[in-house]
Design a protein. Sequence first.
Length: 164
Amino acid sequence: MDPLNKKERNAAFIKFLLLFIAGIVIILIPFYIIVGLPQEENSLVNEDLNAMQKELVFQRDVFAVQVDSVKSLISKFELPGQDIDKLKGAIGLKLSEMEKSYAGDTTWRGKMYGNMVKCLSDLKESRSTIMDLNLKLKKCQESLDETGKELEKAKDKNKDSTGS
């Protein structure tokens, strides 16, 4: 005794099975996306972290060391007996090395490094100008002292000539 609607039952069962599988797939796709998304996000965050660590290493081990060496050279301007032209050359060399270290960086960091190098260069020029002005001031004071002594001598001569 075969059932009369065997084909219809098989077709209905296959339709049910297909709809059931489609429903399961529709439910599993968001779960797969939810599980897979943190991995992609994690890889992006790791890339950003690696870039920041690389930048930090550059700032700490390269740029900061160069800035400290330039600062120490600039502070030598005030020491007596220093060859100012030699100091200017050494500072200029360090500043050019600093510029080479960030030459390809066109981001805001590159601009920041450029501004720092410009500030250090301006500081070098200011210290040099101060040293030159101090030398001129010293010469002016010596000249003023000499003129004052000559004036005293002239006054003494004038008193002697009027008092006799």
